[in-house]
Design a protein around this ligand. Structure first.
Ligand SMILES: *Cc1c(COP(=O)(O)O)cnc(C)c1O
Length: 463
């Protein structure tokens, strides 16, 4: 069975051919600032600290595994996105990357809006005081109950994803005596993955309404004809972990083409365009993500250029970064349990978590880095595979990496860039208790999502 491999996927095959081992880094003790949260460094004893707190102390106080999140880094990145786009655009943080009430408060304070895609994400946002008008509701199969809840709450935007939903939202809004602001999500035929993108006429996926075959134009026609809806714009999201802006260029070109058709057919210029998220971060030193201000400049120019060519007023842009805000701000702290050298292959290092706290490696062949963080070492590098404690041979956290050869049980190691899609995709496989998220800022650490307990699990098991 082939795993759903990323098209730009692993840079080397599963079994490394002789002489093709990735080169060990020059200094195993170095922490590449590209892949670690901003306040991460080593103290004079060689222990890694974050927000001024040694990881050894964090492990003692909160146990392992734990997600350690640098709050000041989160806020700085959120602010950078906000200021990069200025007041003529909106930044919606994609809550599915990682959402909890503390995060909602930070976003609110830093002036970001929020994407949710379930009733429970919506409830989390509202319970932490995110103003409803700054929430966008996404999803390819929102239930009527979820739609009703969103309309009642007064969310600023529902992103329509199917013909059924156009009618459903209009009906519910009308029942509630309101007019709901909506965008229509279209698929533009751009598949973007990391270093490459493919522009096609069709897109074979469950999200959105295809531009192809006039389907999106028909969706617009229907939405404009319904009293319960106020169609404000067109939405496009082309993929994830993207570094190359040219995919956005093709997407913007095609979306603006639709806006042009809408003007010509209906005499209206829709005031908004949403280009989605998917902006890449560095998981390893090989990745080179762009800064928010470069991305903002590129996207703004692309849209302005396309609109000028189509003689359209430039619509208000929104973007929806998830990973690029939270991903780099956290690392997962693990304790080494067993170490198994396999002659001529590699050394298996087992940690006290695994695919239950980071499914991305198993699911997407994702690449990660790892470092020994409880001390430094001058020992020779050894090629390792960091694996979890689950009953599954695909339970891999870091596929290929180097750690010092004097690594020992009890050492703490950390996997950086686990802020996005790790806690939010965590499972209870093998009845694992999902790890806590500990926010660190200015010498203080506090739990923002607590560790699950046996009682939590047993309470669900009603016997
Ligand atoms: C997942 C998703 C995002 C966020 O993607 P990232 O890769 O985390 O930036 C934004 N918008 C939509 C519609 C999404 O589905």
């Amino acid at each position: 069975m082939s795993r759903s491999a990323h098209p730009a996927g692993p840079r080397h095959a599963d079994v490394l051919p002789e002489g093709h081992f990735p080169a060990p880094p020059a200094d195993l003790n170095a922490l590449d600032p590209k892949i670690w949260a901003r306040t991460v460094k080593r103290d004079q004893d060689g222990v890694v600290t974050v927000g001024g707190i040694p990881v050894t102390r964090l492990a003692e106080e909160f146990q392992t595994p734990a997600y350690i999140l640098d709050e000041s880094d989160f806020r700085a990145r959120a602010r950078a996105w906000r200021s990069a786009f200025g007041h003529d655009a909106d930044v919606f943080y994609a809550g599915k990357a990682f959402l909890c009430r503390a995060v909602v408060r930070w976003l609110n304070e830093e002036g970001l809006n929020l994407d949710v895609c379930s009733g429970t994400e919506l409830a989390t946002a509202l319970s932490a005081g995110m103003p409803a008008e700054r929430i966008a509701f996404h999803g390819n199969n929102k239930t009527s109950a979820e739609i009703r809840r969103a309309v009642e709450a007064g969310v600023g935007r529902i992103v329509l994803d199917s013909f059924q939903e156009i009618v459903r939202v209009a009906h519910i809004a009308q029942q509630l005596g309101t007019r709901q602001k909506v965008q229509i999500r279209v698929t533009v035929g751009v598949e973007a993955h990391t270093h490459e993108f493919i522009a096609t006429a069709h897109e074979d996926q469950k999200f959105g309404i295809p531009l192809a075959g006039g389907q999106a134009a028909e969706a617009v026609r229907r939405a404009l004809g319904l009293d319960g809806l106020e169609l404000t714009g067109i939405h496009s999201h082309i993929g994830s972990q993207i570094f190359d802006m040219s995919g956005f260029e093709v997407a913007a070109h095609r979306v603006v083409g639709l806006l042009e058709d809408i003007r010509d057919e209906h005499g209206v210029e829709l005031p908004e365009i949403d280009l989605g998220g998917g902006l890449g971060i560095a998981y390893t030193s090989d990745d080179d993500p762009r800064e928010p201000h470069e991305i903002a400049k590129a996207l703004t120019e692309i849209v302005a250029r396309e609109c000028e060519a189509a003689r359209l007023r430039t619509p208000r842009i929104s973007v929806e970064p998830g990973r690029a805000v939270v991903g780099p701000t956290a690392f997962t702290l693990y304790e080494v349990g067993t170490i198994k050298p396999l002659e001529g292959l590699r050394t298996y290092v087992s940690v006290d978590g695994g695919m239950s706290d980071n499914i991305r490696t198993a699911l997407y062949d994702a690449e990660y880095s790892v470092a020994l963080v409880s001390r430094t070492s001058d020992a020779e590098p050894m090629l390792v595979r960091v694996v979890g404690k689950h009953c599954e041979s695909g339970d891999i956290v870091v596929k290929d990496a180097f750690l010092p050869s004097d690594l020992a049980p009890g050492d703490l190691i950390a996997v950086p860039a686990t802020g996005a899609y790790c806690r939010s995709m965590a499972s209870n496989y093998n009845h694992a208790l999902r790890p806590p998220v500990v926010a660190v800022s200015d010498g203080e650490a506090r739990v923002i999502v607590r560790r699950e307990t046996e009682e939590d699990l047993l309470r669900l098991d009603v016997g």
